[in-house]
Design a protein around this ligand. Structure first.
Ligand SMILES: C[S@@+](CC[C@H](N)C(=O)[O-])C[C@H]1O[C@@H](n2cnc3c(N)ncnc32)[C@H](O)[C@@H]1O
Length: 364
């Protein structure tokens, strides 16, 4: 109701982030307003990351003018930015005009275990923001807003913009590093002799698997950019001898010789026809034996409490950023696998802390 007493009552019902009180009570008008303002919050976090503020304020309460001098920014706007970052919980302000990174904001620092720094840079990049601003176009037409704007797909585009490509691969490995303990614990990769990681990115996941299972060898397939980064990372991890890196196109072919083919966070980038092509290439490479492991989110058939917001946002991100990519239901995976000569054998529960499941399939 709109009475002043009612408004006061509602304002008193607040939730807290750490020690901070925010007016984001589910179901209230203000909660909806904050969602409308969501882009402002992501942009101020992005600006903080671009200016290196989380790293500068780590364990070091600093006055806004001193931070501005260090970062080469204007003092008063810097104070206003820091205040807003404190209001959303990313910073603390233990005394007037002394700002320090909060534990909630810790992952925004670059050199921290589960950094979200590259993910911030990627998702707030002009390319992603501009594409999302054309979501209505994608909903009306079914076309990728990214392709509508750039006249080419995301991956060919990344080939010509090395800085964004590096941010992309670092962001993927930030995700992979966070997901790794769950993935490694959620499935026994040690049972295989050779694991082929199809679209393995910069090799973060395969490095972790090979390190954990010394009897296992790896083959990583990715684009020229991804393969170059993977070669460097695998060598830095002392795994060069145990892993071949192949620069190629999984739509054309996949290296043979693996007894397991792993595809993580890849199929959602592609339309059904191309997913079947990638799966058929795996089927051809592995012959009649072998195991196919898909590590992807699975969208529930009906939206309910087990539907994760990040999964359905990722689904729309695929609509906007890729030509025909999507998150899929178990039934959709089953049908695509069948079309490529596989049978879906099992699906795990979501790996703890993630929306990812392991879908295991066998050749038929
Ligand atoms: C979303 S990333 C996932 C990377 C990695 N599997 C992970 O989970 O961190 C998709 C990967 O597919 C690679 N890729 C895209 N098109 C490809 C193609 N035609 N052939 C091989 N790799 C490709 C990209 O370079 C990228 O590394």
């Amino acid at each position: 109701m709109g009475t002043a007493a009612g408004q006061r009552g509602r304002r008193q019902v607040m939730t807290s982030v750490g020690e901070r009180v925010i007016s984001d009570v589910p179901g209230t008008r203000n909660a909806l307003v904050l969602r409308i303002y969501g882009f402002m919050i992501s942009q101020l976090i992005h600006t903080a990351v671009e200016l290196g503020i989380p790293d500068r304020l780590r364990d070091r309460p600093t006055a806004s003018a001193d931070l501005a001098a260090e970062a080469g920014t204007a003092p008063q706007p810097t104070h206003r930015l820091l205040r807003a970052l404190a209001a959303v919980g990313v910073l603390d302000e233990p005394e007037q005009d002394r700002f320090v990174l909060s534990s909630f904001g810790e992952p925004l620092a670059e050199n921290t275990e589960h950094s979200l720094s590259a993910i911030t840079k990627l998702f707030c990049s002009p390319e992603v923001l501009r594409s999302w601003s054309e979501l209505t176009h994608s909903i009306r037409t079914g076309e990728s807003a990214f392709e509508h704007i750039h006249g080419m797909g995301l991956f060919p585009y990344l080939g010509g913009v090395p800085e964004l490509a590096e941010t992309f691969h670092t962001a993927m490995s930030e995700n992979a590093r966070f997901e790794l303990p769950s993935i490694a614990a959620g499935y026994d990769f040690g049972q295989f002799r050779t694991i082929v990681d199809v679209g393995g990115g910069n090799g973060t996941l395969l490095s972790a698997i090979l390190t954990r299972h010394p009897g296992t060898r790896g083959v990583l397939l990715d684009t020229a950019v991804g393969a170059a980064e993977a070669t460097a990372l695998l060598a830095a991890n002392g795994l060069a001898e145990r892993c071949d890196v192949v620069a190629g196109d999984f739509l054309e072919s996949v290296p043979s010789g693996g007894d397991a083919y792993l595809i993580k966070s890849v199929l959602h980038n592609w339309d059904d026809d191309r997913v079947v092509r990638v799966l058929r290439n795996c089927r051809q490479a592995m012959g009649t034996t072998g195991t196919l492991l898909l590590i992807e989110p699975v969208v529930p058939a009906v939206t309910g409490p087990d539907t994760r917001i990040e999964t359905v946002l990722s689904d729309l991100n695929m609509l906007v950023m890729t030509a025909g990519g999507k998150e899929r239901t178990e039934r959709q995976f089953r049908e695509l696998l069948a079309a490529a000569g596989f049978i879906l054998v099992s699906v795990t529960a979501p790996l703890p802390g993630t929306d990812l499941r392991v879908l295991q399939a066998k050749p038929v």
